[in-house]
Design a protein around this ligand. Structure first.
Ligand code: NDP
Length: 450
């Protein structure tokens, strides 16, 4: 059994089983047996089951959000959005089984038709920073395409995934179609990589573990989707609406206490407005409300663990602190929003993913300099460009090497649009209409006309 801790006060909430190899194998084999029946369920019936699942998530939205507030320290506003996102993603992909159409391609001597076949068992490995949405982005399209799913939540945050598994069964998903397996990454997660019945692994987490998953999957030519780290740039040009950009900057990096792969943790400001922008940013950072996450006013809660807090503190030690916000005293893993002035691009806090509420700032000269600095990273997940010049917005959008960009906004995730990273931020895309096909193999069948 593993204790589950409330990061806002350090108390033990409950404990959950930590499954071993034999139990993991049994669950994978049960998912393999269930696949034969699930892929045969008529598309309309599969769609109805997913819609029923979505409706149950909606009916339990407050309960799921409450679990996430306690287990992950997410603010209640964020946790409600996250449970709603699972519902919406299920609803979105519930439209897919009846639209999973192939093509007919005219060829000499007959006709070629393509089918999109489900893969089999899909293994989903979820991190602790967004336990609900990341689970849903994997299991909803995987199930819609006719696969069965085994899902491993992070050891630190298993509660909402376990509840979602129960709601799936209550919705009528047959036994073995969607199974949540709490346990260690090195045991349960690793078995998804090595068990031959698992035909695809969706992994979200650190780049380091992602690389080992990719290498492991190569052994069985297993399909893999990787959503990994980020060090995204928030680029503010002198011609931007500086007030709006400064008002938006704190949430773009401190949301979820900065434990967000999309966090805009590098702020690049054009040198001619650098001082003015920092003067606008300081009151916005100081006003960012770091409170007990159950409070409806909270904009940020605690970090996930003592270990995460000491890792974040290590990046701030010895750095040039421009200003900080506030955080509650007392129990729990609290850390205030912190803005650091980078001395150069060699600073560790500028280069590495901090995964905490820390923003690093650097000025740039011109467009070319901004592109050079933004791309000077191994990562390429998200980013924002603030300018009133449409031509510049287009040029920058082409030049910045990042899978998700926003102009005059800091939004990254919309379930209608593809989400994923370039460079070491990942492989493959989740969400949007095309994600469904990544849970299928396309087969072409030639029908001779004589
Ligand atoms: P980890 O990579 O350590 O863990 C992620 C998940 O993988 C957990 O469920 C973990 O299990 C499991 N795991 C760990 N080791 C293995 C293994 N050898 N084989 C199979 N599974 C394994 O990352 P964190 O949970 O610490 O998350 C933080 C990192 O993840 C950050 O770098 C962040 O940027 C990145 N991330 C990226 C996201 C994206 O969308 N691009 C989203 C969220 C996070 P266990 O809980 O037992 O350790």
């Amino acid at each position: 059994m593993t204790d589950v801790i409330n990061p806002a006060d350090g108390t033990v909430l409950t404990s959950v089983p930590s499954l071993g190899l034999a139990e993991t194998d049994a669950a994978i084999e049960s998912a393999q047996r269930a696949f034969a029946g699930w892929r045969q369920v008529a598309p309309g019936d599969r769609a109805r089951l997913l819609r029923r699942f979505a409706a149950l998530v909606d009916a339990h939205l407050d309960e799921l959000a409450g679990l996430e507030v306690r287990n992950a320290g997410h603010t209640v506003g964020n946790a409600r959005w996250e449970a709603g996102n699972v519902r919406d993603v299920l609803d979105y992909y519930a439209g897919a089984p009846e639209r999973l159409t192939g093509r007919q391609i005219p060829v000499a001597g007959g006709l070629d038709v393509t089918f999109h076949e489900p893969l089999g068992v899909v293994g989903i490995i979820v991190p602790w920073n967004f336990p609900m949405p990341i689970a849903g982005w994997g299991f909803a399209p995987a199930l819609a395409a006719g696969n069965t799913v085994v899902l491993k939540p992070a050891e630190l945050t298993p509660l909402t995934a376990i509840r979602l598994g129960e709601l799936g069964r209550e919705a009528g998903l047959p036994d073995g179609v969607f199974t949540v397996l709490p346990g260690k990454g090195s045991v349960v997660g690793q078995r998804f990589v090595t068990h031959p019945a698992v035909r695809k692994v969706c992994f979200t987490g650190s780049t380091q573990v992602g690389k080992s998953i990719m290498a492991g999957c190569a052994d069985q030519v297993k399909r893999v989707t990787l959503e990994l780290g980020g060090k995204s740039a928030n680029i503010v040009f002198a011609d931007a609406d500086l007030e709006r950009a400064a008002a938006s900057a704190p949430a773009s990096v401190f949301d979820n206490a900065g434990q967000d792969c999309c966090a805009r943790s590098r702020l690049l400001v054009q040198d001619s407005v650098y001082d003015r922008f920092l003067a606008l940013l300081e009151p916005a950072v100081k006003a960012f409300r770091v409170l007990d996450p159950v409070s409806p006013d909270a904009e940020m809660g605690p970090l996930i663990s003592a270990g995460q807090r000491s890792s974040v503190a290590g990046y701030v030690e010895g750095a040039d602190v421009a200003f900080t916000g506030s955080a509650p005293d007392g129990d729990g893993w609290w850390f205030p929003p912190t803005v650091l002035l980078a001395r150069s691009t060699a600073d560790r806090h500028w280069r590495e993913e901090v995964f905490g509420p820390v923003l690093s700032v650097l000025p740039f000269r011109d467009e070319q300099d901004a592109v050079r600095l933004a791309n000077d990273t191994a990562y390429g997940l998200s980013g924002s460009i603030w300018t009133r010049d449409l031509g510049r917005a287009l040029r920058m959008s082409c030049a910045v090497e990042s899978g998700n960009l926003s102009v005059n906004s800091h939004s990254s995730v919309r379930y209608w649009t593809p989400f994923g990273g370039m460079k070491e931020s990942g492989l493959g895309r989740e969400l949007g209409p095309d994600a469904l096909l990544s849970f299928t193999d396309t087969k072409n069948v030639f029908l001779a006309d004589s």
